[in-house]
Design a protein around this ligand. Structure first.
Ligand code: PLP
Length: 387
């Protein structure tokens, strides 16, 4: 059966070039990057080359990159490492749990956190942010792109505001990196998180950009790896994969591949909105990453649609999170003011480098057919002509 993968915000396939770059790290170049002998030095060179690749993508110096085990660790490192008891932190209600739960943790250790609301497009209001500043505000942590909707926050304006207020700014750019051009100086951030598996590198590797001169407390204690900011033997294959993926992403953005994705995403959205009644794009009207479409299909359970589509060969995600056995509407869609039933009727389609126009047309046909079937079975849905 044909399978189409439109869940690239969950994870992406490793590109063949990335896999090839990693392969020697499992064989002839297996060394520990901290060893002084030749095997170690080969691994060190590979790690430092990868660091340059990542720095090139973010527009920073390679010495400002700290490799981590992924986006979650990078977010935890930024939030916990840039704050101390008594500090005030400003974040938003739509952050990934890697940031939200890090914020909950620092609240338990004596920090105060303000969770900014968003409007119905999913955007933070800069006036709200300005008003939330306090004399003891130490950190603003607001994501660049949301994982569920793709909505892009005005991070450059937030960076300016943070600089004027003398506050550190961290941004979770896990879902923005490799999809839109990221430049840490233009954003004006002190820290920025990325994750390998969201950009065609393997799972289990990521990085935190840390602006030169920024004091950061590590999460782990051990050896002096990553300039004492992240103890633990480096994941050389993962880091090499991330470096290669960063180099490829930079080339791809320079070629304008993001425009190809945006055109496919628009084809999908327009196709759904024109063919299927009672649908709408969540985050419509806000700037968004080119690969993400979050759409509500009223009168159905999103989870039922996700399962039905999966059985027919299409992988997508729902707008609900399963916590302790109950299906909770997504905190992101709830913060945007979507009714719980509409949030539960939402589906995230996230395109990737491998997505073709044919995939989109196949997905469109499947979605139209399965939404119609689920609505027919629904006791609450009435066929429009009968209304
Ligand atoms: N931040 C955002 C916005 C994400 O979408 C994710 C993953 O879904 C993470 C952080 C966590 O990244 P990782 O899976 O590498 O830990």
């Amino acid at each position: 059966m044909r399978r189409i993968y439109l869940d690239n915000n969950a994870t992406t396939p490793v590109l063949p070039e990335v896999f090839e770059a990693m392969r020697p790290c499992f064989g002839e170049h297996f060394g520990n990057a901290s060893s002084i002998h030749q095997n170690g030095q080969e691994a060190r060179v590979a790690v430092e080359t990868a660091r340059e690749g990542v720095a090139g993508l973010l527009g920073c110096h390679s010495s400002e990159i700290v490799f981590t085990s992924g986006g979650t660790e990078a977010d935890n490192l930024a939030v916990a490492g840039l704050t101390s008891a008594g500090d005030h932190v400003i974040t938003s209600r739509i952050e990934h749990h890697a940031v939200l739960h890090s914020c909950r943790h620092i609240e338990e250790t004596g920090c105060e956190v303000t969770y900014l609301p968003v409007d119905n497009r999913g955007l933070v209001d800069l006036d709200d942010l300005r008003r939330a500043l306090r004399p003891n505000t130490k950190l603003i942590s607001i994501m660049t792109a949301n994982n569920e909707t793709g909505v892009l926050q005005p991070v450059e304006e937030i960076g300016k505001l943070a600089a004027e207020a003398g506050v550190k700014f961290h941004t979770d750019a896990v879902q923005a990196t490799a999809k839109v051009v990221i430049n840490v100086d233009r954003i004006g951030c002190h820290a920025l998180s990325i994750s390998g598996h969201k950009m065609n590198a393997p799972q289990g590797v990521g990085a935190l950009y840390v602006r030169k001169g920024t004091r950061l407390r590590p999460l782990f204690y051990g050896g002096g790896h990553e300039r004492f900011l992240r103890a633990g033997t480096e994941n050389v294959p993962g880091i090499v994969g991330l470096g290669k993926a960063a180099q490829l992403a930079r080339e791809s953005l320079a070629r304008g591949d993001d425009k190809r994705l945006a055109a496919l995403r628009d084809r999908l959205e327009q196709g759904i909105l024109s063919r299927i009644d009672d649908t709408g794009v969540n985050g419509q009207g806000a700037p968004r990453t080119p690969n993400t479409a979050n759409i509500h299909f009223d009168h159905i359970e999103g989870e039922a649609l996700v399962i039905a589509l999966d059985l027919k060969g299409l992988a997508v995600s729902g707008g609900a999170a399963c916590s302790s056995g109950a299906t909770e509407p997504s905190h992101v869609l709830a913060a945007m003011g979507l009714r719980p039933d509409r949030a539960r009727a939402s589906i995230r389609f996230s395109l990737g480098k491998q997505t073709t126009q044919d995939d989109i047309d196949f997905a469109l046909a499947l979605v139209a057919e399965n939404v119609a079937r689920l609505r027919e079975m629904s006791p609450v849905y009435r066929v429009p002509t009968l209304r």
